[in-house]
Design a protein around this ligand. Structure first.
Ligand code: GLN
Length: 194
């Protein structure tokens, strides 16, 4: 199964390795033609402003929007989640997003002092999964059609950290930075079910 990894900036290599470990065929997506014949695509963590800029300059912004609209499954991790969100709080004034996921995220929403941390998450259907958060966005509000698969309480109540709205998935943490491949497996398995 061919699964794209948006390869403009961010932790592309780690997602690629995880997909390979799961027996999927990773495809580096740098140009519009790389979107052909994919079963799904991952938008990696990195810097959402940089990735958004490169999406525009590479000519990928619109073709990827069309693919997402027509139902190509997509999984955004960290900066990738920001790119998929309906609303970006504390973004740059000119920051755009695909608005494919009915959530409002706050960039660096887990605070500056605790900008990076590791914790154990309880993921629906998986149980305990390591959660690596690096200047993570916080999902501050979400619509009814968004399934919350994991939450985290950082001292101010439970907020979603892994969500799914149909074919659009997002997580605030970095499943690609641990040896635990089960979060990717959830996404990849959903592609096989289509
Ligand atoms: N804070 C970053 C951003 O706004 C996201 C961090 C990450 O992807 N690790 O893009």
């Amino acid at each position: 199964m061919r699964v794209g990894v948006l390869a403009l900036q961010g932790d592309v290599r780690e997602h690629t390795a995880t997909l390979r470990a799961l027996g999927a065929e990773p495809v580096a997506v740098r140009r519009a033609e790389h979107l052909e014949d994919l079963s799904g695509v991952i938008l990696p963590g990195g810097e959402s402003t940089a990735i958004a800029h490169l999406l525009a300059t590479s000519g990928l912004r619109e073709p990827l929007a069309k693919e997402i609209e027509s139902g190509l499954p997509v999984f955004g991790t960290c900066a990738g989640l920001i790119l998929l969100s309906r609303q970006v709080l504390d973004g740059r004034a000119d920051q755009w997003s695909y608005a494919a996921l009915d959530v409002a995220v706050r960039r660096n929403g887990y605070g500056r002092q605790v900008a990076s941390f590791e914790t154990t998450l309880d993921v629906e259907g998986l149980g305990e999964v390591p959660g690596v958060f690096i200047r993570a966005p916080k999902i501050e509000s979400w619509g009814e059609s968004v399934d919350v698969l994991a939450t985290h309480d950082h001292g101010d109540g439970d907020f979603p950290v892994l969500v799914r709205q149909g074919s659009v998935w997002g997580c605030a943490f970095h499943p690609e930075l641990t040896s635990d491949t089960r979060v990717h497996e959830l996404f990849v398995t959903s592609l096989a079910d289509r």
